[in-house]
Design a protein around this ligand. Structure first.
Ligand code: C5P
Length: 226
C-alpha cells in the first residue's frame, strides 16, 4: 500500500456504480473541477479483455489473463487510451469487450494483478476514481465514497441516446438485456461484487441530469472538506 493511501484518509473520491450509471462522465467532471487526476478503472479491465482477445487467450483462462493484466502495455495520454501504442479508445467501449471485461473481472488473480496499478494513479494531486470496488477494495480510505444508481430502464435509455439509437424497439431491448446481464454478473460474483459500502452516499440519478449529479457530490465534498 502506498503511503498516500495508508494515511488516515486518502485524497480520493471513490465513485462506484453499475454499467451506464453515468459515473465516468460525472467522475471526470468532478476531477476537472477539483483539479485532480481521474482513474477509469473499468478501462483497465476492458483493456485486459481486449489484450487477451488480441493474444488469442480465452477469457476463461485465469492464469494467463492475470499474467497479461500484470504486464498490460497500456497508457492513458491526453484523453486517449493506448494498448501497445495503438489507440483503442473506441475499441474498448463495445459491448462484447464490456462483457469480456465483466468475465475476466470475476477472477481473483486478475483483480490482484490490477490492484497496485490502480493505486498508482493516486498522487499528491488527489484522485477521482470510478469503478465497482473503488470504495471497498482499491481505496478503502477514500475521503468520500459515492454509490451511483439508476434504474436499468433509465440507464438503457441513456446508452441508446449515446449511440444515437431509438429508446424503444428491438435494439433498445437488446441494450436493456445487456445492461441487466452485466448487473447480475457484477453483483453476484464472489470477489469484489458490486454493492455499496456502509459509509457510501447513495445517489439515485434516475431523475437527475449530469450537472445535478455533479452538484450533489460536490455538496457532500464541501461538507467533508470543512
Ligand atoms: O465500468 P465499465 O463498464 O467500463 O467496466 C467494465 C467491466 O469491468 C464491468 O462490467 C466490471 O465487471 C468490470 N470492473 C470491475 N471493477 C472495476 C471496474 C470495472 O470489476 N473497478
Amino acid at each position: 500500500m502506498t503511503s498516500l493511501l495508508s494515511s488516515q484518509c486518502a485524497k480520493v473520491i471513490a465513485i462506484d456504480g453499475p454499467s451506464a450509471s453515468g459515473k465516468g462522465t460525472i467522475a471526470e467532471r468532478i476531477a476537472t473541477l477539483l483539479n485532480r487526476d481521474y482513474l477509469d478503472s473499468g478501462a483497465l479491465y476492458r483493456l485486459t479483455a481486449l489484450y487477451a482477445q488480441q493474444s488469442q487467450i480465452d477469457w476463461t483462462n485465469e492464469t494467463q489473463i492475470a499474467h497479461l493484466a500484470s504486464t498490460l502495455p497500456a497508457n492513458f495520454i491526453a484523453g486517449k487510451i493506448l494498448l501497445n501504442n495503438q489507440d483503442v479508445t473506441v475499441d474498448i467501449r463495445n459491448e462484447s469487450i464490456g462483457m469480456g471485461a465483466s468475465k475476466i473481472a470475476a477472477f481473483p488473480a486478475v483483480r490482484m494483478a490490477l490492484l497496485q496499478r490502480q493505486r498508482d494513479f493516486l498522487t499528491e494531486k488527489g484522485l477521482v476514481a470510478d469503478g465497482r470496488d473503488m470504495a471497498s477494495v482499491v481505496f478503502p480510505n477514500a475521503e468520500l465514497k459515492i454509490f451511483l444508481t439508476a434504474s436499468a430502464q433509465v440507464r438503457a435509455k441513456r446508452r441508446a441516446l449515446q449511440l444515437g439509437l431509438p429508446v424503444n424497439g428491438v435494439q433498445f431491448q437488446q441494450i436493456l438485456t445487456d445492461i441487466e446481464k452485466r448487473d447480475v454478473a457484477d453483483q453476484s460474483r464472489v470477489v469484489a461484487p458490486l454493492k455499496p459500502v456502509a459509509e457510501a452516499h447513495i445517489l439515485d440519478t434516475s431523475f437527475l441530469n449530469i450537472q445535478e449529479s455533479v452538484q450533489k457530490i460536490l455538496d457532500w465534498y464541501r461538507i467533508i472538506e470543512k
